[in-house]
Design a binder for this molecule. Structure first.
Ligand code: NAD
Ligand code: GLY
Length: 368
C-alpha cells in the first residue's frame, strides 16, 4: 500500500465507520479487515467500472470470502431505477446469498446509491462497503448513508438511510475518470466552502488548477477536508432533521435541471454547479451575501469546467417547469419550496423564498 493513508471517522454510535483515503488502496487486503466475515460477498459495479477495477477488489477480498459474486449494472443515471435495482436482488437470490452476505459498491454515486438501497432492503438489511470510484462519490455520495433510486417524477425519491461499514477512497482510480465527470465531482467539492469553510474555499481558489491536473496531494487534501466536513454534519444530523440539508446547497435548482432535461443529459454535478450559482444569486437577492461573493463562487465553478448558467428545461414555460419540479423536492414542505441559501460566507441556512424572487433568479440565470 502506498503511504500516507488518511482516515476520517464518522461517529454514529454503533453505526460508526471510517473513510480510508489514499493511493493503492483498492487491492489492499488489510483495509477490509474490519468488515464483517461471511462466506459470500457480492461486488456490485457497472459495465464501465467493473472491467477496470473489479479484479483488483477481488484480489483484496479473496482471502476473506469463499465465494465472491459480481453483478454489473448498465451505466448511467437513467438506469437508477426499480428495474435495474431488481438485478441486484436477482443476483443475490440466484446465488443463494444469505443475510450475512456483504455487498461492495464499486463505482460512482449511481452504483453506490443503488447498492446501498439494495443492502438496506435485502433480507431487511445486510452489511455493505462503499468503494467510490468518482470524485463526487468520494467526497459526498459514499459517505453518510443516503441511498436511493429515482422516480420519473423526482430524483432520489425512493430510498433509505443506511450506513456502510467502511468507505475506501482510492485516489488512483480517479485517473481513468473522464474530464466531464471529474468536473462534476468538483461541484460537490466546491459546495463545502460556501456552506462551512471559507478557508477551504480560498484554498480551492488557489489550488483548482492542481486539482484539475489530478495532483495526488491536492486531491488527498480536498477529499479529506470534504469528508471531514461531511462527517461533522452527518454526525450531528444523520437523518436530516435540519442541519444536514445544507449539504444540498445548489441541489434544488440542480435537481430541477437534471429531471427537466431527462436524467443523464446533464450530470448531477453539472446541475449542482449551475444550481449553486442560482442559489448564491438567490441569497444575494435576499440580502444575505454581496455581489463579490457570487462573483467569486461563479468564477471558481467556471474554472472547474462546470456550467454557470442553468438550462432551458421547457421552451414554452421555463420558469413554470422549474417551479413545478422544485415543488417535489424533498426539502419542500406543503408545496412551499425551501432553499439552502448562503447566510453569510461559510454559513448556510434553509429558507423559503417568495416565488417572485425565485422567478427572477431563474429568468436571469438560464442559458441564453
Ligand atoms: P456515476 O455513478 O454515474 O458515475 C459517473 C460516470 O463515471 C459513469 O459513467 C461511471 O461508469 C463512470 N466512472 C465511475 N468511476 C470511474 C472511473 N474510476 N473511471 C472511469 N469511469 C468511471 O455518477 P456520480 O457523479 O459518481 O454520482 C452521481 C449520483 O450520485 C447521482 O445519482 C446523485 O443523485 C448521487 N448522489 C448521492 C448522494 C448521496 O448522499 N447518497 C450525494 C450526491 C450525489
Ligand atoms: N449529499 C447530501 C447528503 O448526503 O445529505
Amino acid at each position: 500500500m502506498l503511504q500516507p493513508l488518511q482516515e476520517v471517522r464518522i461517529d454514529l454510535g454503533d453505526r460508526s465507520y471510517r473513510i480510508a483515503i489514499g493511493s493503492g488502496l483498492l487491492a489492499e487486503p488489510s483495509l477490509y479487515a474490519t468488515v464483517p466475515q461471511a462466506s459470500t460477498a457480492l461486488i456490485v459495479s457497472n459495465t464501465t467500472v467493473g472491467p477496470l477495477y473489479a479484479a483488483q477488489l477481488r484480489t483484496a477480498l479473496n482471502g476473506r470470502y469463499a465465494r465472491i459474486h459480481e453483478v454489473l449494472l448498465p451505466d448511467g443515471e437513467e438506469h437508477k431505477n426499480w428495474q435495474v435495482l431488481q438485478r441486484i436482488f436477482d443476483a443475490l437470490l440466484s446465488h443463494g446469498c444469505d443475510r450475512k452476505t456483504v455487498l461492495f459498491a464499486l463505482g460512482g454515486g449511481v452504483v453506490g446509491d443503488m447498492t446501498g438501497f439494495a443492502a438496506a432492503s435485502y433480507m431487511r438489511g445486510v452489511p455493505f462497503v462503499q468503494v467510490p470510484t468518482t470524485l463526487l462519490a468520494q467526497v459526498d455520495s459514499s459517505v453518510g448513508g443516503k441511498t436511493a433510486i429515482n422516480h420519473p417524477l423526482g430524483k432520489n425519491m425512493i430510498g433509505a438511510f443506511y450506513q456502510p461499514q467502511l468507505v475506501v477512497c482510492d485516489l488512483d482510480v480517479l485517473d481513468t475518470l473522464p474530464a466531464r465527470e471529474f468536473s462534476a465531482g468538483l461541484a460537490e467539492v466546491i459546495k463545502y466552502g460556501p456552506i462551512a469553510d471559507m478557508a477551504f474555499f480560498a484554498w480551492l481558489e488557489s489550488n483548482i488548477d492542481a486539482l484539475m491536473a489530478r495532483d495526488r496531494a491536492a486531491l488527498a487534501h480536498a477529499v479529506r477536508r470534504c469528508c471531514e466536513i461531511k462527517a461533522q454534519v452527518v454526525g450531528a444530523d444523520e437523518r436530516e432533521a435540519g442541519l444536514r440539508a445544507i449539504l444540498n446547497f445548489g441541489h434544488t435548482f440542480g435537481h430541477a435541471i437534471e429531471a427537466g432535461m431527462g436524467y443523464g443529459a446533464w450530470l448531477h454535478g453539472e446541475g449542482v454547479g449551475a444550481g449553486m450559482v442560482m442559489a448564491a444569486e438567490l441569497s444575494r437577492r435576499l440580502g444575505l451575501v454581496d455581489a463579490d461573493f457570487v462573483r467569486r463562487l461563479t468564477a471558481l465553478i467556471g474554472r472547474a469546467g462546470l456550467p454557470v448558467r442553468g438550462a432551458v428545461i421547457d421552451a414554452n414555460d421555463n420558469v413554470g417547469r422549474y417551479l413545478q419540479l422544485m415543488r417535489v423536492d424533498k426539502k419542500a414542505e406543503g408545496g412551499e419550496i425551501r432553499f439552502v441559501v448562503i447566510d453569510g460566507p461559510g454559513r448556510a441556512a434553509m429558507r423559503p423564498a417568495p416565488d417572485a424572487l425565485v422567478r427572477a433568479v431563474i429568468e436571469d440565470c438560464f442559458a441564453p
